[in-house]
Design a binder for this molecule. Structure first.
Ligand SMILES: [Zn+2]
Length: 133
């Protein structure tokens, strides 16, 4: 049986992020007033509440902030993806995002590991995964 995986549904706020991934680039919002980087995508800066945010292309490099090795499927759609290396990555800009580590053995993961982006095509969506840098 083939299960359809859940895919992101872009909103007006998040569409530039997803469109960037489709073009194999990482776009983040930056506040024009306090210069803070903002993630997840939103309408106002979470540092100073300014609505003056600009999308900027970043390298997408960072470090592994924390992770867990899911040895059982996290949902029926992920039964073919075990162990799943669920990660929180801190980009060099300071924002953290939930993702998955690929191209690495679970035993090789460590907190603080330098990582770089992997643009993973899943059906109609491009997802942001990470691998060791
Ligand atoms: Zn701000």
């Amino acid at each position: 049986m083939v299960s359809i995986r859940p895919l992101p549904i872009p909103t007006p706020n998040s569409e530039p992020f997803w469109n960037g991934l489709a073009n194999h680039q990482v776009n983040l919002q930056q506040c024009n007033d306090c210069r803070a980087w903002v993630f997840y995508p939103r309408s106002h800066c979470n540092g100073c509440l300014s609505p003056n945010l600009t999308w900027r292309k970043v390298a997408g490099n960072g470090t592994l902030y924390t992770y867990t090795v899911a040895r059982r499927p996290t949902a029926p759609q992920f039964i073919d993806e075990t162990p799943q290396l669920i990660a929180v990555v801190e980009l060099n800009e300071g924002v953290r995002l939930n993702s998955v580590m690929v191209n690495v053995l679970p035993e090789a993961l460590f907190i603080g590991m330098p990582v770089k982006p992997v643009f993973h095509q899943q059906d109609s969506a491009t997802l942001l995964y990470f691998e060791p840098a």
